[in-house]
Design a protein around this ligand. Structure first.
Ligand code: HEM
Ligand code: HEM
Length: 124
């Protein structure tokens, strides 16, 4: 699961950087919130989570980790697509954006609960 998350996160990294590149060249700064959250919730957050799951395999083996993985990976793309529609003034996906943002928030809370409950110092 950790390795899978790191691989997914680099896909977000490439998309986020390409979007930043497009924004700079086209002066399309209204996409900044999409760029920011693809990079920070996609690349940085998922890489860090992935590294923690690799470093502490017991964290990755829990139901909380599974729930975090799926809620984050379903919620984030939906939230980003909805947000892109919203910044261009199309409100047809606003409700879906709110739902998906709540999924991502729940994912992060479950991730935090997993860390707080199950992260133990390595003994060897
Ligand atoms: C070559 C790569 C990148 C390019 C070309 C790029 C481009 C941009 C541009 C054009 C903006 C809007 C600036 C403005 O509104 O004045 C922006 C904002 C931002 N970018 Fe990037 N970006 C890149 C990579 C990244 C990465 C890797 C991250 C995070 C891991 C990141 C985080 C942010 C943040 C947080 C903002 C908002 C800054 C603010 O609110 O003032 N960017 N970026
Ligand atoms: C589900 C989780 C999240 C939600 C719903 C959310 C929502 C928002 C909203 C509504 C804004 C204001 C956008 C605007 O003014 O156009 C914002 C801005 C921002 N958020 Fe988040 N956020 C989330 C998670 C995060 C995380 C985890 C990070 C960093 C690791 C982050 C970094 C930022 C930054 C840097 C900005 C300023 C962007 C700019 O300058 O346009 N957010 N976020």
């Amino acid at each position: 699961m950790g390795v899978r998350l790191i691989k997914i996160s680099v896909v977000y990294f490439v998309i986020g950087v390409l979007l930043g590149y497009y924004m700079s060249t086209a002066h399309a700064y209204n996409l900044t919130p999409v760029h920011v959250h693809i990079n920070l919730l996609g690349w940085t957050s998922l890489t860090l989570a992935g590294i923690l799951y690799v470093l502490f395999p017991n964290l990755a083996a829990t139901k909380l980790a599974k729930a975090h993985f799926w809620l984050h990976n379903i919620g984030l793309p939906a939230m980003m697509i909805g947000l892109a529609f919203m910044v261009y003034g199309n409100t047809s996906l606003t409700f879906a954006t709110i739902i998906s943002a709540n999924l991502v928030t729940l994912a992060v809370i479950l991730f935090a609960v997993n860390i707080l409950m199950n992260l133990k110092e390595k003994t060897e």
